[in-house]
Ligand binder design. Structure first.
Ligand SMILES: [Ca+2]
Ligand SMILES: [Ca+2]
Length: 261
């Protein structure tokens, strides 16, 4: 057997081919590419109604230990904070890629579904950068909110949760803006048991490719693009699309798929 060709991907790999580890691993639960339900119907209806939603041009740093008053847009939001959420018709009917920018001065709302594997998640860290403000709930429980002047800085708004039990959960995010430009970045990380990731592969790094019958494929990862490490075992091509995942979500990793014959 010899390497005959390699295809380099930005991201990728593995699933059932992974050897289950017995130690917890850090995984990314949500990132900037994670889909969610989206509501952009709030427009500027909240502006000036409370300190949480300043009129344009006021820009002061503020923390909000209590949830903001959303009554002015209740009919727009519906039961988005219920568990499970009950969406009004103003929400997208399915999850979509969440826009990182939206109409200036408007508020927008997001619900990210989270599937937690049987062993649960521990030490959940929700890290959000936003221009201008953000309010965050999980399963309708308010975690906090703040307005930070200036641009988008990853980690400027961080919320922690010790445990998230197995099953379906929902992260609810309300984004606030009051002028200039806006922007958004999110990263939710957690500790998980590696052997629970087999059923949660969509929450790991992922790559797909079309396989060819008669060729075997080996997924590999690297930090320096010099030393390559196997990720899982060989995958036999059969003219169908293949998907592999890497539960060790680390942006410094790059990936490739090597064809073997
Ligand atoms: Ca606003
Ligand atoms: Ca702004």
């Amino acid at each position: 057997m010899r390497y005959c060709k390699s295809l380099v991907f930005a991201t990728l790999l593995l699933n059932s081919q992974l050897s289950p580890a017995q130690t917890p691993v850090s995984i990314t639960v949500i990132d900037n590419h994670s889909p969610g339900y989206y509501n952009y119907s709030l427009k500027t209806l909240l502006d000036g109604k409370s300190l949480a939603f300043p009129i344009p041009d006021n820009d002061y740093p503020m923390n909000f230990p209590s949830a903001p008053d959303l009554n002015p847009v209740q009919t727009k939001l519906g039961g988005w904070l219920q568990n499970p959420p009950v969406f009004s018709t103003h929400w997208t009917s399915t999850t979509i890629p969440i826009p990182h920018h939206w109409r200036v001065n408007n508020e927008t709302a997001i619900v990210y579904p989270i599937d937690v594997p049987s062993s649960g998640y521990k030490n959940l860290t929700i890290s959000i950068g936003v221009d201008n403000g953000v309010f965050v709930w999980i399963d309708g429980q308010y975690l906090g909110g703040s307005i930070v002047p200036g641009g988008v800085v990853r980690g400027e708004n961080t919320y922690k949760l010790q445990n998230l039990n197995a099953g379906k959960h929902y992260l609810q995010v309300l984004r606030e803006d009051h002028g200039g430009i806006d922007g958004y970045t999110i990263r939710v990380k957690a500790q998980a048991q590696a052997n629970a990731l087999g059923t949660q592969a969509h929450q790991a790094k992922k790559v797909t490719w079309m396989s060819i019958a008669g060729i075997q494929y080996q997924a590999q990862w690297s930090i320096d693009s010099i030393i390559w490490n196997d990720l899982g075992g060989l995958i036999a091509g059969d003219n169908t699309e293949k998907t592999v995942f890497d539960p060790i979500y680390d942006e410094s990793r790059s990936y490739r798929i090597v064809e073997l014959q």
